[in-house]
Design a protein around this ligand. Structure first.
Ligand code: AMP
Ligand code: FE
Ligand code: FE
Ligand code: ZN
Length: 278
């Protein structure tokens, strides 16, 4: 089984790469894609975990991008870790820290949470995001699951919400391609991130150079998956399916959707970097 979209504690997952890949081996995953938000910092740990568990590793990233006034999550696969990728990660990290600080400052004034608490749950290496505020609220006992914070304190309509700088979809596709990677549009029909993209917008986005669509993902409404699949065939794209596992941070279960060996072969063929097979 191949699962190409997962998160570790280097972003908003709750497990180390070793814990993640140990669980992957247990559920029968043979190749895992580690796609932390805007960071590749987990790759070295993941390589060591691949050695320890025997699970193959696809180096990846999930970049938050802007497109037509909405957020698009772009998955990059099997790219070289170029200076441009590193610069992207550094720039976004700074923007995300400042943004989270702004949110926490106001929440702190209202007695909800402190910056120290957020830093403590996030650790020093993670790409910071709203899930870390949720975890701090969880630790205080204010809420009982991350979910709860996303419909209240952290929702885009909350007074505490702030947005942050993100590159455009076009720039991000170029970043991945320049590094020799493959660019896949994550959960294209997900509704949660500033609203769903309509079909015309998806076609326009694909025309910017997208190589594949994540068809099988719990956030794509079931009724839309056949249409996404027919777009993939019509346009000769790569089709992926994945869990978007975040450990205990989300309900998604490792391997709940997967990618065919044939599609992974196509990704690997198109990319410069190879799958790391221990
Ligand atoms: P941010 O990029 O900081 O605005 O936060 C978005 C992140 O929150 C995404 O990476 C999601 O994985 C996570 N997220 C969104 N909704 C939920 C939810 N209901 N429960 C847990 N995590 C969520
Ligand atoms: Fe996430
Ligand atoms: Fe995503
Ligand atoms: Zn994800």
């Amino acid at each position: 089984m191949i699962d190409l979209h997962t998160h570790s504690a280097y972003s908003d997952g709750t497990q180390t790469p070793l814990e993640l890949m140990t669980e992957a081996a247990q559920v029968g995953i043979t190749v895992l894609g580690l796609t932390d938000h805007d960071t590749i910092a987990g790759y070295e740990d993941a390589k060591a975990a691949a050695e320890a568990t025997g699970v193959g590793l696809v180096t990846g990233i999930e970049i938050s991008t802007r497109f037509k006034g909405r957020v698009v999550h772009l998955l990059g696969y099997l790219f070289d870790h170029t200076r441009a990728i590193a610069e992207h990660c550094t720039r976004v990290r700074k923007a995300r820290v400042e943004r989270l600080r702004d949110m926490v400052d106001v929440m702190e004034r209202d007695g909800l949470i402190t910056w120290e608490e957020v830093q403590q749950v996030a650790g020093t290496d993670a790409t910071l995001g709203r899930p870390h505020i949720a975890d701090a609220l969880l630790q205080r006992g204010t809420i009982t699951h991350r979910d709860e914070a996303f419909t209240t304190y952290l929702s885009p309509s909350s007074p505490y919400y702030r947005s942050y700088w993100a590159p455009t979809l076009q720039e991000s596709i170029k970043l991945i391609h320049d590094a020799g990677g493959v660019a896949v549009w994550a959960h294209p029909r997900a509704a949660a991130r500033g609203g769903m993209h309509d079909w015309q917008a998806i076609r326009e986005g694909i025309a910017l150079g997208i190589d594949g669509l994540e068809v099988d993902h719990r956030d794509n409404p079931v009724a839309d998956r056949a249409k996404l699949a027919s777009m993939v065939s019509e346009l000769g794209l790569v089709r992926t399916g994945s869990s978007d596992y975040h450990g205990s941070g989300k309900h998604n279960q490792l391997g709940e959707h997967n990618t065919s060996p044939h599609m992974l072969e196509r990704i690997a063929h198109q990319a410069t970097m190879e799958v790391y097979r221990p």
